[in-house]
Every structure is written in structure tokens, then in C-alpha cells.
Design a binder for this molecule. Structure first.
Ligand code: ADE
Ligand code: ZN
Length: 346
């Protein structure tokens, strides 16, 4: 293990910002900032039920995941054209690149948008074009993960998967998102089996609000390679041992957990406990436009609240590359850049 030089607490935020990292848990619709939401509404001749950007932002107070999903869903109504999806995605990638994100794995769903009469191909083409342009202009790489909505049926997830098959090569994997309580992963066993047969990588939200049993079934029934959130795993010692032994990454989203009241305060977050247990934990923003910050804000606020160190910072950044779906050669390059950053940081 790389032994990191001690860094004075007042220099830690600068190190957290500067270090290269990957972001593996970001819903692109959750990166839609109020300013862009108003601009897209205007472009599409739609009106929003808020007077202005400030009124909209002040509505972002949530009791739990479902109360957030209701507002989030309303925000997606302004996304109508391929250019809308392009603009949203490019804005996120520019913001992430400014946070020294070298690689992003972006969640999106098509079911929300097809439900509004927008074709799945319109969504994917817009997202993909932004990823190509951002790579060329900003150097950030990105890949796309299609999330099925778990409050809908498995049959609807199958239909969603069939619809995107013409663009299968533009996707790296599939995931499972939306309301967790009462929607166990095993409901989607067959559609995940089909995705696996298509060569898609598999991830799922589990153990955000739901019980450790949902993490077990995501692993054993869906056969996912990463767990999104997974913070409830600490309540099950056998599960913790499994995650450590199999090096199953958790994509943890601290500010999301705070805003959705998974933890009462950031000081109560279990990120430090996960790292000390040897879990391959990563830090991510989830829905940054709604939860008060992009990935660096998640790092700096959580490190301040939990008293984490430069060694933890290196471990989290390293984990983010290890847990990503990029090829081994590129992983090596990014890990070398990470070590160089820590060696030269003063
Ligand atoms: N969709 C967007 N954000 C989500 C979250 N935190 N959990 C589940 N589904 C989501
Ligand atoms: Zn999420």
C-alpha cells in the first residue's frame, strides 16, 4: 500500500480537490441545475410551477428517498429533445472535469422519458454525443449505465432493455434505481440475467434505505459487481465480511445520505467505518443539483465532519479507479497519476 505523507488539516481540502478521481454514482437527471431547468423549460415552451431559480432551490428539502424522487421526477419534464440531454450531460462533465474527475460512469434511465413521450434513442444519442465531445474538449472519459426503475414491473424493465438494443454498444452496463422500500432486487432477476447475457456490466442500488437482505440478493440473485450506496451493510457482520472478501465496491454518496436523512448528521456517516473495515468504498455525488454539491464537495464536507486523513483520501481515489469499468491499462495510467499527485503535493 502507498504510504501517504501526512498533510496538514488546512491543506487537506486542496489535496481532495486536486487528486484525480473517478465518479461512479451520478444520475444525470440529478445534475440538472435549476438555471438549466428554467432555460430548457423556456426553450421548449413549458412553464415550471416555481417563480424563479431561488424558489425552486428552496423546495429542495426532503424527508426521505421518495419525497426526493417526486420532485426529481417533476424536473425531468423539461427534457424533450436530444439537445436537452446533450446540454445537461455536457454541463455535468464540465463540472466534473473541474473537480479533477478523470472518468465518470453515468446513470440514466429511459423509462422516465419514454413515459413523457421522448424516445429512448433520443436520450441515449444526446448523452453519448456529450460524452464524445467532452472527451475531446476536456479530456474526461465517460460511459453510460442504464438504470431500470424498480417501482415499475420487471416486464417494463424487459421492454426498456429491448428498446435500447440498437444502441447497446453505447452502454457499459445496467443498474437498478428509484424507490427502494418494498422493491427487492430479486424482482428483476430475469432481466438482469438477460443483460448479463448481452455482456453488460451489472450494478444495483441496495442498502440505501433498504435492509442488508437487499444487498445479499443484489449480489447473489442479480449477480451485480458493485453496490450503489450499500451503507446499511454495517448492520450485518457476515455481509461486511463478504464485501471485503470479494472486494465488492460500494459507491457511497454522503451528501445524498444526509439530505435524504439516511444519517441525521454528516458526523454520523459510516464512511470511515467502511474504510477501516477494508471495504472498497468510493465517494460520489448521486444527484448533485439536488443534494448541495458535486464530488469534491462530498469529499471536503465528509472529511471535515469525520476527521478523515490524506491516507483515506488516497484510498478512496484509488478505490474509485479500481471499482470502475475501464480497462486495466487505463486504470494503471490513472493510478500512476494518483500516486504522482500525492508524491508532489506540498
Ligand atoms: N434515482 C436518483 N437518485 C436516486 C437515489 N439516491 N436512490 C435511488 N434512486 C435514485
Ligand atoms: Zn443513486
Amino acid at each position: 500500500m502507498f504510504k501517504v505523507k501526512p498533510v496538514a488539516p488546512d491543506r487537506l481540502p486542496a489535496l481532495l480537490r486536486r487528486m484525480p478521481k473517478a465518479e461512479l454514482h451520478i444520475h444525470i437527471e440529478g445534475s440538472l441545475e435549476p438555471e438549466l431547468m428554467f432555460a430548457l423549460a423556456k426553450r421548449n415552451g413549458l412553464s415550471l410551477p416555481y417563480r424563479d431559480v431561488e424558489a425552486l432551490r428552496s423546495a429542495y428539502v426532503f424527508d426521505d428517498l421518495q419525497s426526493f424522487l417526486d420532485i426529481y421526477h417533476a424536473g425531468t419534464l423539461v427534457l424533450r429533445t436530444e439537445q436537452d440531454f446533450y446540454d445537461m450531460t455536457y454541463a455535468y462533465l464540465a463540472r466534473a472535469a473541474a473537480d479533477n474527475v478523470l472518468h465518470a460512469e453515468i446513470f440514466f434511465d429511459t423509462q422516465t422519458h419514454t413515459g413523457h413521450g421522448v424516445g429512448a434513442d433520443v436520450v441515449i444519442t444526446g448523452l453519448h454525443r456529450a460524452c464524445v465531445d467532452a472527451r475531446a474538449a476536456l479530456g474526461i472519459s465517460a460511459s453510460l449505465i442504464l438504470c431500470f426503475l424498480r417501482h415499475l414491473s420487471e416486464q417494463e424493465a424487459f421492454e426498456c432493455l429491448e428498446q435500447v438494443l440498437p444502441q447497446r454498444d453505447l452502454l457499459v452496463g445496467v443498474g437498478l434505481a428509484s424507490s427502494e422500500r418494498g422493491q427487492p432486487p430479486e424482482k428483476f432477476a430475469r432481466v438482469f440475467g438477460r443483460a448479463r447475457a448481452l455482456g453488460l456490466r451489472l450494478v444495483a442500488h441496495a442498502g440505501e434505505e433498504g435492509p442488508p437482505a437487499y444487498i445479499w440478493s443484489a449480489l447473489d440473485v442479480l449477480k451485480v459487481e458493485r453496490i450503489d450506496h450499500g451503507v446499511q451493510a454495517v448492520n450485518d457482520a457476515a455481509l461486511m465480511a463478504r464485501l471485503v472478501h470479494d472486494r465488492i465496491p460500494l459507491t457511497v454518496c454522503p451528501l445524498s445520505n444526509l439530505k435524504l436523512r439516511v444519517f441525521p448528521m454528516l458526523a454520523n456517516h459510516n464512511l470511515g467505518q467502511l474504510l477501516e473495515a477494508g471495504i472498497v468504498a468510493t465517494v460520489n455525488s448521486d444527484d448533485p443539483a439536488y443534494f448541495g454539491g458535486y464530488v469534491n464537495q462530498n469529499f471536503t464536507e465528509t472529511f471535515a465532519a469525520l476527521g478523515l486523513t490524506a491516507q483515506h483520501a488516497w484510498q478512496l481515489a484509488r478505490n474509485s479507479f479500481e471499482a470502475s469499468f475501464i480497462d486495466e491499462a487505463r486504470k494503471r495510467q490513472y493510478l500512476d497519476r494518483l500516486d504522482a499527485c500525492f508524491e508532489t503535493f506540498v
